[in-house]
Design a protein around this ligand. Structure first.
Ligand code: 5GP
Length: 363
């Protein structure tokens, strides 16, 4: 069976500007209230962006730095119960902007139980994260988690279709993580042929979630602030970012310097050598991640993630200001005084090319 409907990615659409009462970008409110009425943390009040639970992004340092901008972080799965408890007990407000991420193993669940006990009710959000959110085992785990922790806001995924979004919500998810194969260091589409164009996935999944008062996070595939704006305007309650927040010291990676011979020479005629700094970034299903955390790649699995060296970015604040500045500007173009108004204010046009790339490699 082939679905002949056209499905869209961020690159296939642009947001159309419209008459706007917003006089200055400063006026735009980037905080949004998202309600989780039955849970202990009844609502989220913050910027609807989440740092991904990836090495290089989902660290406690990143969570502290991003929280100051009102941004949420999903920690990686690789923090012990003790580390988690120390983090959450260290400052109560961390619990409002940070999720503990676990997989579906019994050990992970046990770790969450321990962390929860030690953190004395300060953990409000959990992220149950697997590459393939379609297995019955995963849905059972969502249900089990919900039964064990009725007060915790549960983020669960990943999926890309409205049917599975509904199943996860029925099992107990509050925020469904939407996106398969679109990530910056993801190779799922190459290795398996599986995926779904992200912009359409958001629109379809959000429809199922909002019908029953639940939320989605659009996960993966944003490469520029404009993509984040498109995800939010397309209906996503949150947007999760990996690559766009990677490359900073707060992510915990090591800075590696490389030296490049340029075409230029100095006054003495010697070639000028330029130093450039990089940080390693890799997918959580990559060979690198498997070696680091699981002692190697099992021989029945293929690596579905890439390992890349990305330019070191010295200032996370600059990155965040650029991102939030872009979102403010989107809001002012479409007349949204609050970021939460983007879906009702924005309309989209399909396009063949989103922006001019002529000088993009000359920065
Ligand atoms: P990005 O913002 O970098 O485009 O995408 C981040 C998302 O990519 C993550 O939140 C996660 O869902 C996904 N991801 C991270 N590592 C891997 C991987 O190794 N393989 C796949 N298929 N997806 C990954």
């Amino acid at each position: 069976m082939i679905s002949e409907d056209v499905k869209l990615d961020y690159d296939d659409v642009l947001i159309v500007p419209d008459k706007s009462p917003v006089a200055s970008r400063k006026q735009v409110m980037l905080e949004k209230r998202i309600s989780f009425s039955e849970r202990a943390s009844a609502e989220y009040v913050g910027v609807p962006i989440m740092a991904a639970n990836m090495d290089g992004v989902g660290t406690t340092d990143m969570a502290d730095a991003l929280r100051r901008h009102g941004i949420f972080t999903c920690l990686t799965k690789f923090h012990s119960a003790r580390e988690l408890a120390d983090f959450f007990n260290g400052a109560p407000e961390r619990g409002e902007f940070t999720a503990v991420t676990i997989g579906i193993s019994d050990e992970d669940l046990q770790k969450f139980v321990e962390a929860e006990n030690l953190a004395k009710g300060r953990i409000n959000y959990a992220c149950l994260d697997v590459a393939n959110g379609y297995t019955d085992r995963f849905v059972d785990r969502v249900r089990k988690f919900r039964d064990m922790f009725p007060g915790i806001v549960l983020i669960a995924g990943n999926v890309v279709t409205h049917e599975q979004t509904s199943r996860l919500i029925e099992a107990g998810a509050d925020i469904v993580k939407v996106g398969i194969g679109g990530g910056s260091v993801c190779e799922t589409r190459v290795k398996t042929g599986v995926g779904y164009p992200q912009f359409s996935a958001i629109q379809e999944c959000v429809h199922s979630a909002h019908r029953v008062g639940k939320a989605i996070v659009a996960d993966g595939g944003c490469t520029v602030p404009g993509d984040v704006a498109k995800a939010l305007a397309g209906g996503a309650d949150f947007v999760m970012l990996g690559g766009m927040l990677a490359g900073h010291l707060e992510g915990g990676g090591t800075v590696i310097s490389k030296y490049f011979r340029t075409d230029e020479v100095d006054e003495a005629g010697n070639p000028i050598v330029e130093k450039r700094n990089f940080v390693e970034f890799y997918g959580m299903s990559s060979k690198t991640a498997n070696e680091k955390h699981f002692g190697g790649l099992q021989n029945y699995r293929s690596s579905e993630g890439r390992t890349v060296m990305i330019p070191f970015r010295p200032s996370l604040d600059d990155t965040v200001v650029d991102l939030l500045g872009g979102l403010r500007s989107t809001c002012s173009y479409v007349g949204a005084e609050k970021i939460g108004q983007l879906p009702e204010k924005a309309s989209f046009v399909r396009c063949n090319s989103t922006h001019n790339k002529v000088f993009q490699d000359l920065d």
